[in-house]
Design a protein around this ligand. Structure first.
Ligand SMILES: NC(=O)c1ccc[n+]([C@@H]2O[C@H](COP(=O)([O-])OP(=O)(O)OC[C@H]3O[C@@H](n4cnc5c(N)ncnc54)[C@H](OP(=O)(O)O)[C@@H]3O)[C@@H](O)[C@H]2O)c1
Length: 240
């Protein structure tokens, strides 16, 4: 009876994770969404009886604290999170380059794309809510790869790209830092490909169903030695 905890589930890739995972009645799903006041009709339409919709603004540490308390109440003393999928993300000020970076816009990207996944892991660990073999997926981007970005001319989405490189480095740190606490834990970052969502746009090449189906296969096949790796949704490793 695995427990999945997913952020950013009201739309896009987070929603598709819930849709696919909710098809198995064995899965307990914590579906986090930035605001319970948003339109959650798509999420409610795919939720199973064992899907719990909870509020979590991942850019706000107080909101993550409150969320962790709610998760504890929801799961009780026995259940722990087996899969944490940090999917919530933003691409603010995509037209800015390294020569026009806005400090506020860079900070907004870092708040959601880096600090959110960091605090989520830290606070769930502190609350004893991560299983000893937890699998943690930090949803990154090919634009977070230094090597890939150095091949793109002209460069793209500087504030986002810089924040996703930060998320990749966070993954490298988390994978080692968690070991003394949870020796069987595996932390990876994954590029979902270019997917048709609000962020990816209509010109994207992949359907969300394909990308998420691929990612779940990779996630379910992870072994201890895979911790700290950077994957494409296909399962191929991506150069840092
Ligand atoms: N689509 C692609 O082609 C692509 C490519 C590479 C990487 N990615 C990554 O994949 C992840 C999912 O992207 P997507 O395509 O599903 O994007 P999306 O369609 O724009 O959806 C983004 C999701 O993140 C949520 N979110 C944003 N800020 C949040 C916050 N402060 N707290 C909680 N949730 C927040 C949004 O909630 P609201 O509706 O409340 O704003 C929404 O549910 C992101 O990390 C993105 O960087 C996507």
């Amino acid at each position: 009876m695995p427990v999945y905890c997913i952020t950013g589930t009201n739309r896009g890739l987070g929603l598709e994770f819930v849709r696919q995972l909710a098809q198995s009645p064995d899965n307990t799903i914590i579906a986090a969404t930035r605001s319970l006041s948003s339109d959650l009709s798509d999420l409610k339409a795919v939720a199973s009886p064992s899907t719990h919709i909870l509020e979590c603004d991942t850019s706000n540490v107080a909101s993550i604290h409150a969320f962790v308390k709610e998760v504890k109440q929801t799961l009780g003393d026995e259940k722990k999170i087996d899969f944490l999928l940090n999917s919530a993300g933003v691409n603010v000020a995509s037209s800015q380059s390294s020569l026009s970076l806005g400090p506020d816009e860079l900070q907004q990207n870092i708040a959601v794309n880096v600090i959110g996944p960091a605090k989520m892991v830290e606070l769930l660990l502190d609350a004893g809510l991560l299983s000893k073999d937890v699998r943690i997926l930090n949803m990154t981007s090919g634009l977070g790869s230094l090597q890939r970005s150095s091949e793109i001319k002209p460069r793209k989405c500087a504030p986002y790209s810089i924040s996703k490189a930060g998320l990749n480095m966070l993954t490298v740190h988390q994978s080692e830092d968690l070991k003394p606490h949870l020796p069987g834990s595996v932390v990876i970052c994954m590029d979902p490909g270019w997917v048709k969502t609000r962020m990816g746009g209509d010109g994207a090449v992949l359907e969300a169903s394909q990308s998420i189906g691929d990612m779940l296969k990779v996630l379910h096949g992870l072994k201890a030695e895979d911790t700290g790796s950077f994957y494409h949704h296909t399962g191929e490793k991506i150069p840092w």
